[in-house]
Design a protein. Structure first.
Length: 136
């Protein structure tokens, strides 16, 4: 069983450790103690909770869309837009994740993309690599 300390859980959820402690105190996320007696969250509990948070944020993702086949949608804020004559690079920060999209300048202009705009990074990939970090 993998245990994540509160700070680690907060990093993975893209929030502060104080927020995770408040959620735990309110009974929203179950905690346990590790071998050193520190508060921790089991990996399976953390995974289910992350999915719950994603479902709660779904209202930001769909807008006027009735249904979509794309499941990997990450609401966030545009942090950077770099445009040249034809292309644009748009950076979106969604929690702890940074997404970079390359699109036509025309598309970026039509969407009104600029830093501070709420946007959704919709990811469709045929290959997803999975890595296990050597240390947490």
């Amino acid at each position: 069983m993998h245990l994540f300390r509160i700070r680690e859980a907060a990093d993975l959820l893209g929030t502060s450790d104080d927020t995770v402690r408040r959620w735990a105190d309110a009974g929203r996320i179950e905690t346990t103690t590790d071998d050193a007696g520190r508060r921790a969250v089991r990996g399976d509990v953390l995974a289910r909770f992350a999915e719950e948070l994603a479902r709660e944020a779904a209202h930001l993702e769909t807008g006027d869309v009735a249904a979509a086949s794309l499941r990997n949608r990450f609401p966030g804020l545009v942090t950077r837009v770099v445009k040249d004559g034809v292309m644009a690079q748009v950076d979106i920060q969604a929690g702890p994740h940074r997404f970079v999209s390359l699109m036509t300048r025309e598309a970026a202009d039509e969407l009104g993309l600029e830093p501070g705009v709420l946007a959704v990074a919709a990811v469709k990939a045929t290959n997803v690599s999975v890595e296990i970090p050597r240390t947490r």
